[in-house]
Design a protein around this ligand. Structure first.
Ligand code: GLC
Length: 530
């Protein structure tokens, strides 16, 4: 593998800084905490870290409301500390991916403050989408676009104009048709590449461009959507690619699109390097559905020559162990409900098998902090402690995303479980003593033990990461495939134990075998006898 091709096969660990480790004891995670845990990350065996936004932010949306793209929030540390962290991680062989939020800024960003002050018709307002309202007195929003977080996408300011925000009112959308917006973001990319970032995760990457007429959404029909997946985006990303190439940097898109052909257009050779595979993330625990998702993913990526990515979880979705322990094992924002009956032991068994499946597929793989500890979703955070705007804006019908963002348990038997200071920004549940990194570290059969071993094997097996996959014959409910070098992976989701293909050796199993047979919800890695 060429060094500059590291991203084609990488195992990337997502750090939600606020909840990873708290170095200064104030109950909020920070860069000092991450630095102190770099040895843990090196031992885990990952190739890169993706940090959720660490910039100064009023935290109206967990840092996705950025007030200054060239600094670090004082709650997390300083810019100098971020540079040290990037350098220290690199010494350990770990690259850094930062998170850029181009669709919107914080309402505290100097550009938005200036736009508010300058008034209607000013050049400052042209950086955003300000419009008069509809109705006789302009009292109605300019169009009918629904917010990604429930509610309307427009807020009226004192002088009567409205501004667009696809997310919360604290996140005004930028006008990407304006050259200054493009220029600024390319400068921000250079700023971070010059500080050692190896890659950039692009937030809400398919939403930036808007139809300048801002028309209502017309369902069905062939007209381009007024704000999703517009063709103008490709020119923006080609230009970003030019910036990234000058630094050997990598661009990763957050692109939720059901149409895989449209999705793959972003991954053409002169655009983004990779994008998150949300089809696989949302896929239910069903062999035929998983196989279809894998085949569909590989087929979509092949024509553009981009490697696939495999993701089971992130800071926006239900924790894997919980999701797989429910009757409905798929993920959908619309049907997310807390308090659904959940069998966590079943979920954990499936999550272990899913880890082996995911780490054996062709391409790169993302791991969300706490997944390696098998943390479940925390579903009983008291309402007065919840922080996520998804919860508030839905009037509480959507439980929000706090349940997957609870500070990590590192050691000990009660909160704060070695996280740092007491009074963590989100409360940790009782009963996580057995899930701490320390409790699991010594046990090779723990979730942490499984991930460590799997990531080590993944690094040493030449056939893993980017490269071809060949399906092997297997019965209903079973996924079996070979990778180059005689590597095999078999996952049994059927109710019956199944025989393994001819093999010389079992490299790793997600759970005990049953007299040589592979039980339900179990996966193995094999040295095939071919
Ligand atoms: C992305 C982020 C999410 C955030 C949203 C708005 O989907 O992953 O956490 O709320 O963008 O920036």
């Amino acid at each position: 593998m060429l060094t500059s091709d590291w991203w084609r096969s990488a195992a990337i660990y997502q750090v939600y800084v606020r909840s990873f480790a708290d170095g200064d004891g104030d109950g909020t995670g920070d860069l000092a905490g991450v630095r102190s845990r770099l040895p843990y990350l090196a031992e885990l065996g990952i190739d890169a870290l993706w940090f959720n936004p660490w910039y100064p932010s009023p935290m109206a949306d967990g840092g996705y409301d950025v007030a200054d793209y060239r600094a670090v929030d004082p709650a997390f540390g300083t810019l100098a500390e971020a540079e040290k962290l990037i350098a220290e991680a690199r010494v350990l062989g770990i690259r850094t991916i930062i998170d850029i939020v181009p669709n919107h800024v914080s309402d505290r960003h100097p550009w938005f403050r200036a736009a508010l002050a300058a008034g209607p018709g000013s050049p400052e307002r042209e950086l955003f989408h300000f419009r008069p309202g509809r109705g006789a007195g302009g009292e109605l929003p300019p169009n009918d676009w629904p917010s990604q977080f429930a509610g309307v996408t427009w807020t009226r300011v004192a002088d009567g104009q409205w501004y667009l925000h696809l997310f919360t009112p604290e996140q005004p959308d930028l006008n990407w048709a304006h050259p200054a917006v493009r220029q600024e973001h390319e400068d921000v990319l250079r700023f971070w590449f010059e500080r050692g970032a190896a890659g950039v995760r692009i937030d809400s990457a398919a939403l930036l461009a808007k139809d300048p007429a801002l028309p209502d959404v017309v369902e069905g029909g062939d007209a381009p959507h007024p704000y999703i997946d517009r063709d103008e985006l490709h020119d923006i990303y080609r230009s970003w690619r030019g910036v990234a190439d000058a630094y050997d940097g990598v661009l990763i898109g957050e692109i939720w699109l059901p149409d895989t052909e449209r999705f793959a257009r972003y991954l053409r050779p002169d655009e983004l390097h990779t994008a998150f595979n949300f089809d696989f993330l949302a896929c239910p625990w069903d062999a035929a559905r998983l196989r279809a998702s894998i085949d569909g993913t590989l087929a979509a990526h092949a024509p553009v020559g981009a490697p696939a990515t495999w993701v089971l979880a992130n800071h926006d979705v239900t924790r894997t162990v919980t999701r797989y322990g429910r009757a409905d094992t798929g993920f959908d924002f619309a049907t997310k409900a807390h308090g659904t009956p959940t069998d966590l032991a079943l979920g954990a068994r499936r999550a272990r098998a899913a880890a082996l499946l995911t780490l054996a597929l062709p391409g790169s793989v993302y791991l969300y902090q706490g997944e390696e500890l098998g943390l479940p979703e925390v579903e009983d955070i008291p309402a007065d402690r919840l922080q996520d705007p998804m919860y508030f804006r839905s009037g509480g019908t959507d439980p929000g995303r706090d349940g997957c963002r609870v500070p990590l348990p590192w050691s000990g038997s009660e909160p704060p479980y070695g996280f740092g200071g007491a009074g963590t920004w989100l409360p940790q549940p009782a009963g996580w003593g057995g899930l701490t990194a320390q409790a699991q570290a010594a046990d090779p059969d723990s979730m942490l033990g499984l991930y460590r071993t799997a990531l080590r094997v993944r690094r040493t097996e030449a056939g893993l990461g980017d490269g071809p996959l060949r399906w092997l014959d297997a019965g209903d409910g079973v996924l079996a495939f070979a990778r180059e070098g005689g590597f095999g992976c078999v996952l049994n989701i059927s109710p019956h134990p199944v025989a393994l293909p001819r093999h010389r050796r079992i490299l790793l199993a997600s759970g005990p075998l049953d007299e040589g047979l592979l039980p339900q919800d179990t996966a193995v890695w094999l040295r095939l006898d071919e």
